[in-house]
Design a protein around this ligand. Structure first.
Ligand code: ATP
Ligand code: MG
Length: 437
């Protein structure tokens, strides 16, 4: 892509409500544009990054055997009346009437709809367990939309649902998701801590929020430093190993303020290992048994000839929130740092250009074509601007690697810079090896 052709409306003017770094940087780099309170358009740069995050989320869901599908954004109110949540959900739900006066709503989540789909097609224990997911826009009329994409009204979410014949089997599904979440966040370059969350009237211990540490987070968190030392790679993908994995992670104290108890914290965690900071919730998994399947009459024949209510769990990841959350976790002095896997480009080529020197641009173009042929997604800064303005801009955009074609690049050796510091003089082959590994 040529920078001169890229639709990237970089701006210095920020609205007064852009209080946190991710919100500011996303607006400044033209990743998003607000269209109404808590509702954003995703412009090419932001969209590209979000799609890369979505891809990783999808791969890890597929890896544990969850199947992708797509449910609509607009739902009928009927199923929500069956579950009893039509009234309970309150003002966060956006309610709509169609031209026949039928009550509809913009889905804030999908437990009812997926249960309705399931009950109409699955009749026997033989078809269980199942895990289904989709990645779709949600709408919640939040009281205070804020922090850009972190707390929106319209946001992009992966939500998965598991269906099992009994609690024991449901636990295995839960463990698989627990594992998929840890893997997903790790690949995104994040350290997400699973934190015990409220299970409400259902009870039990199967509800976890995945929280990443960030000063700008909305929840206060309390955890044991040792939880970061667990090596996820040592667990295998089988029921016993995954059960051990969950037990190990949950053996460490890790809660948000909702569940915090100072006495307990001091008793269980050595002072020197106590971490008290803020965090951003990027995912939430929840086993809720037959909370929805019972009122919605979702039963299957069990092996002993009885009818069992299906035992369900739901599992969300805030895909659009993650874009902001990753910025919050990684930015440094106005320099955005995208992990390689989700960076909008693999590398940016920055030639020093002036009216009477087009040689660098020609050189840059050659490199650009060469990289393109090898499927390296490069951005070529072909804009006639001074180098310091260019560097500022690329610090802002945060592509992890730069090839700088100026006085230090000679012959077939080029100045190669990694966004967090190091500069080297390398041949094109060495550069390619570096970005490919
Ligand atoms: P929160 O406590 O932040 O409101 P929640 O408990 O309502 O979250 P869930 O219903 O579990 O969230 O949704 C799953 C995920 O969707 C959350 O972990 C979060 O990453 C994301 N999410 C929830 N609400 C929003 C929102 N208003 N804007 C952006 N992302 C959201
Ligand atoms: Mg909420």
């Amino acid at each position: 892509m040529l920078l001169s052709k890229l639709f990237i409306p970089i701006t210095k003017d920020l609205p007064s409500d852009a209080k946190i770094k991710s919100h500011q940087l996303m607006l400044r780099t033209g990743m998003i544009r607000q269209s109404a309170s808590g509702i954003y358009s995703w412009l090419p740069l932001g969209f590209k990054i979000m799609k890369k995050i979505e891809l990783i989320v999808r791969e890890e869901q597929n890896n544990i055997g969850a199947q992708e599908m797509l449910m609509p954004t607009i739902q009928s109110a009927d199923i929500w009346k069956e579950s009893g949540r039509y009234d309970d959900y309150g003002e966060e739900m956006l309610r709509i009437k169609d031209r026949q006066g039928r009550e509809m709503l913009y889905g804030p989540t999908n437990e009812e709809l997926i249960t309705e789909i399931f009950r109409s097609s699955i009749k026997s224990y033989k078809s269980l367990p199942q895990m289904l997911y989709h990645i779709q826009w949600k709408f919640r009329d939040e009281v205070r939309p804020r922090f850009g994409v972190m707390r929106c009204r319209e946001f992009f979410m992966k939500d998965a649902y598991s269906f099992d014949i009994d609690e024991e089997s449901a636990k295995k599904s839960y463990n698989k998701m627990f594992y998929a979440y840890l893997k997903t966040f790790k690949r995104l370059g994040l350290e997400a801590i699973p934190m015990a969350a409220d299970t409400g009237p259902i009870g039990g211990d199967l509800s976890h929020e995945f929280v990443i540490l960030a000063e700008t987070g909305e929840s206060k968190i309390y955890t044991d430093k040792k939880i970061f030392e667990i090596n996820l790679n040592k667990f295998q993908f089988n029921d016993t190993s995954l059960e051990n994995m969950r037990k190990e992670f949950t053996s460490f104290y890790a809660v948000t303020d909702e569940k915090f108890n100072k006495g307990e914290f001091d008793k269980l965690v050595d002072k020197s290992n106590q971490i008290i900071t803020k965090g951003i919730e990027v995912g939430h998994i929840f086993y809720f048994s037959d909370k929805y399947s019972k009122p919605l009459n979702c039963f299957v024949d069990s092996q002993d000839g009885n009818k069992n209510s299906v035992k369900m769990g739901s599992y969300g990841i805030g895909v659009s929130r993650l874009v902001g959350a990753i910025i919050e976790a990684k930015y440094n002095n106005d320099i955005m740092k995208w992990p390689k896997l989700i960076s909008p480009f693999d590398i940016v080529i920055i030639p020093s250009i002036s009216k009477n020197n087009k040689e660098n641009l020609a050189k840059a173009n050659k490199i650009y074509q060469d990289l393109k042929q090898q499927n390296v997604d490069a951005l070529l800064d072909d804009v006639d601007e001074n180098m310091s303005a260019k560097f500022k801009k690329h610090d802002l955009i945060g592509v992890p690697y730069q090839i700088i074609i100026g006085s230090k690049s000679q012959g077939d050796k080029f100045e190669f810079k990694e966004i967090n510091g190091e500069t080297k003089i390398l041949s094109l082959k060495e550069i390619k090896d570096k970005i490919k590994n």
